[in-house]
Design a protein around this ligand. Structure first.
Ligand code: ZN
Length: 327
């Protein structure tokens, strides 16, 4: 399909409903406000007591459908995404969100909402790949009163690694001693690949370290506070200046989850994902390997390792150390 042709077909969706006549599953309520404030560490007194209001940033929370979703979802948004998928723009990343607050929400308020596909951009080329920005606008109301709007933008894109240049690079890097395969045998590079890490100017140094089998922790050049994952500035003092220290590789499992669902291509559940406390004191999320998923335990000593996922992708993971004891 010609690109211009696709643009025309996408533009048709501007102004069409994504959700019509949505209704909040719960009225605005104190328990959800309390959970939010605890999670955010927000102790503003306006959010507690008999005259409490909900934090304005909770606007979208009251519209969320949870696992069972909403029956009021209109088909246009799914059709638009399917059109983009079909044209090869199969990846998605949420790029930004804007909210406008017009009326305070209070416990007991019943929420109504509609969502419209506000705009579909022209085709754009980004570092992630080429694609289209899709913006939806949700109007949140209490009765006839507009309480706020929630504008949400995604980029639907064709990942850069699937481009001609990426394909050529992959061929150049193919192992010369690969055995010829029969047509029935799936080529290993046709297996689903793990998602690529998003490498940007704020974290490029981290991934350069991984390529050299070093786990680099950022250190504030002004107050020496360590931070991981990498961030553009220091949470403790705000300084943008930093250098790095290399993790010695020792850690312990601070917490973990076992992933059973949902299934993703290239992942093989169940598997354990650990929050690893490094010897340096910062924590890092990665797979725990070398131990059955149901034997991972809090406090278990682990050691940094690097696993190759495919010809382009290598990841830092943590291998259980020593004897695995039955719980
Ligand atoms: Zn600092």
């Amino acid at each position: 399909m010609a690109v211009d042709d696709l643009s025309v077909r996408l533009k048709v969706y501007e102004g069409r409903a994504a959700v019509l006549g949505g209704r909040g599953k719960d009225p605005v309520n104190s328990p959800m406000i309390r959970h939010w404030c605890e999670a955010m560490g927000d102790t503003n007194p306006a959010y507690t007591g008999p005259d409490a209001v909900a934090p304005p940033t909770m606007l979208q929370v009251w519209t969320m459908g949870g696992l069972s979703g909403h029956e009021t979802r209109a088909p246009a948004y799914d059709e638009l995404l399917a059109l983009l998928d079909g044209a090869g723009y199969t990846s998605v990343v949420a790029t930004d969100c804007e909210q406008v607050y017009l009326r305070a929400l209070r416990p007991g308020d019943e929420i109504m909402f509609d969502s419209v596909i506000e705009s579909v951009s022209a085709r754009k080329t980004t570092k992630l790949g080429t694609g289209y920005f899709v913006t939806t606008r949700m109007d949140v109301r209490v009765g006839d009163e507009l309480a706020g709007t929630h504008r949400f933008r995604i980029l639907k894109y064709a990942p850069a690694h699937a481009s001609g240049e990426g394909e050529r690079r992959r061929r150049e890097h193919a192992q010369p001693d690969e055995q010829p395969r029969s047509p029935q045998q799936p080529h290993p590079r046709e297996r689903p690949r793990r998602p690529r890490p998003v490498v940007n100017r704020d974290n490029a140094g981290f991934w350069e370290g991984v390529a050299r089998h070093r786990l680099l922790i950022q250190r504030c050049a002004d107050c020496s506070t360590l931070r991981l994952p990498w961030l553009p500035g220091c949470n403790a003092c705000g300084s943008p200046e930093w250098d790095t220290v290399e993790a010695c590789g020792d850690g312990t499992v601070y917490s973990y989850v076992v992933m059973h669902h949902p299934p993703f291509p290239a992942f093989d559940p169940p598997y354990a994902v650990g929050l690893i406390e490094l010897a340096e004191g910062v924590r890092f999320v990665s797979n725990v390997i070398g131990v059955p998923y149901d034997k991972v335990r809090i406090g278990m000593p682990v050691r940094l390792a690097f696993v190759r996922c495919d010809e382009e992708s290598e990841l830092p993971v943590f291998r259980a150390e020593g004897e695995v004891v039955e719980a």
